[in-house]
Design a protein around this ligand. Structure first.
Ligand code: NDP
Length: 457
């Protein structure tokens, strides 16, 4: 029997893979796409989308506390975790259906199986053993949670893969890691009523962000009632038997013990490239297992490309989507373009949330820029009646010689929404004078961005 032949075989139906498959098919390519888990990938199934839904749920807890200041009197409120999980599941299943339908409508043949590379132009569908010949192969397998040191009882811990589907609300949780995932879950679960122990080896949060942003969020952690456990590693996790069955006893390297219901490891993610046949096919991987690619997302094997977290460039959904799109246009659309990985805005859905684009003050100084710094910290109007102690923070990092705005950092309600628009301005090369010339929208928090007049440094 002759082998099936396709122009493109995509391994992984997440954000990057689906976009690449659809666009390539729209350019006329014969495309097959294999997925071993669920269509939509980490972002849709167990990442950004369910996370944001849970963040919305958590925000109602704050709203309930703050309503009284505006004259509202409400009865006793109760939160139902299983109702939230069920509603989330319904929405995720709906989105997964849309992803599948869109790929199908574009002509992509979808295979529900693991697939592995068996050569520069061949792939095996693991569930059937069928070998497919492919002119091009795209690795879009994403990442998976890192598990850290192999301590006794590590299998009792969960990761972001499991937390969205816990049968019971984790009333007491220990979270290791103070990056995006650790912090977002810490704030969200705390607002929903959990006792949260947040373990940080550095005693700080959000490595790589602007130092003032980090400090502001660290203060918010402390004010929220999240218990920071500083500079301690875990040495073991044990299941507690008897009455407290289901609990876990966590012992730290210094002997200190905490008992919780769940232990969440949020200590980074690793490219999901193991046992895919990549090295055997000659594809170069770096020391963390990421596929090494050029600016066109092409690997060391000319017929094999990779996009998204599997390449460990900028591990964010919209970046994977762009990389997948650029790949498909370049290889199948006769319209080559490359993704610009500079100036990517990002948001962290803490409480308050963070939005950031461009250089931090520290990065800008390291690069040798002479800087003018503008910043503003203030109590938002809503907080005057709500009684909330939250403060907004905004900072512009400006090149003193060219007046160009190099970085914009916002903390507060809707920071993620604001930073998307600021990113357009920064991408166009906006100067501080451009910000100043823009008339404010009043009364908003965003107006601070165009009314900061006094240099702070
Ligand atoms: P991050 O890289 O953001 O943070 C990892 C955290 O774990 C840091 O606090 C780090 O500490 C700590 N850590 C790393 N290794 C160890 C170790 N061996 N022992 C103890 N602590 C350790 O990873 P996340 O898992 O939070 O998120 C993964 C990625 O997912 C993000 O980088 C981002 O790309 C993406 N993401 C994006 C989101 C968004 O856009 N809103 C939301 C969620 C995820 P230290 O600071 O000391 O290095």
């Amino acid at each position: 029997m002759s082998r099936k032949e396709v122009d493109l075989f995509v391994i992984g139906a997440g954000s990057g893979g689906v976009r690449a498959a659809r666009i390539a098919a729209q350019h006329g390519a014969r495309v097959m796409m294999a997925e071993e888990f669920r269509t939509g990938g980490t972002c849709v199934i167990r990442g950004c989308v369910p996370k944001k839904l849970f963040v919305y749920a958590a925000r109602y807890a704050h709203e309930l506390e703050e309503m009284a200041g505006f004259g509202w009197r409400v009865g006793e409120a109760a939160f139902d975790w299983s109702a939230l999980v069920a509603a989330k599941d319904k929405e995720i299943t709906r989105l997964e259906g849309i992803y599948k339908r869109n790929a199908g409508a574009a002509g992509v043949e979808q295979v529900a199986s693991r697939a592995v590379v068996t050569g520069p132009n061949s792939v095996r569908i693991v569930s059937t053993g069928e070998e497919i010949s492919a002119k091009y192969i795209l690795i879009a397998t994403g990442g998976r949670p890192s598990l850290g040191a192999d301590i006794p009882g590590r299998e009792l811990a969960i990761t972001s893969n499991e937390i969205f589907d816990l049968p019971d609300f984790p009333k007491r949780i220990l979270i290791q890691g103070t990056g995006y995932i650790g912090l977002e879950f810490a704030f969200m679960l705390r607002a929903l009523g959990a006792e949260v122990h947040l373990v940080s080896r550095s005693g700080h949060v959000l490595r790589g962000f602007d130092e003032e942003v980090r400090t502001h969020i660290l203060e918010a952690v402390e004010a929220s009632g999240i218990q920071m456990v500083k500079e301690k590693g875990l040495s073991s996790i044990e299941a507690v038997s008897g009455e407290a069955s289901g609990s876990k006893r966590v012992t730290f390297t210094d002997g200190h013990v905490i008992e919780v219901d769940e232990v969440l490891l949020a200590i980074g993610r690793t490219p999901n490239t193991q046992d895919l046949g990549l090295e055997e096919a000659g594809v170069a991987l770096d020391k963390v297992g990421a596929v090494v690619v050029d600016e066109n997302s092409r690997s060391s094997v000319p017929s094999i490309y990779a996009v998204g977290d599997a390449t460990n460039r900028v591990n964010l959904t919209p970046v994977a989507i762009r990389e997948g799109h650029a790949f498909a246009d370049t290889v199948f659309g006769n319209a080559p373009w490359v993704v610009d990985h500079s100036l990517i805005a990002t948001a962290v859905f803490t409480e308050p949330e963070v939005g950031t684009v461009g250089l931090t003050e520290e990065e800008a100084r390291r690069k040798g820029h002479k800087l003018d710094i503008y910043k503003s910290a203030f109590r938002p109007l809503k907080a005057t009646l709500s009684g909330s102690q939250t403060r907004m923070f905004m900072k512009l990092v400006v090149d003193a010689e060219t007046n160009r705005v190099l970085g914009c950092h916002i903390i507060g309600e809707a920071a993620g929404e604001m930073i998307q628009l600021a990113a357009i301005a920064l991408g166009m090369g906006a100067t501080k004078a451009d910000f100043d010339r823009t008339i404010a929208v009043h009364p908003t928090a965003a107006e601070e961005l165009v009314t900061m007049r006094t240099k702070a440094g």
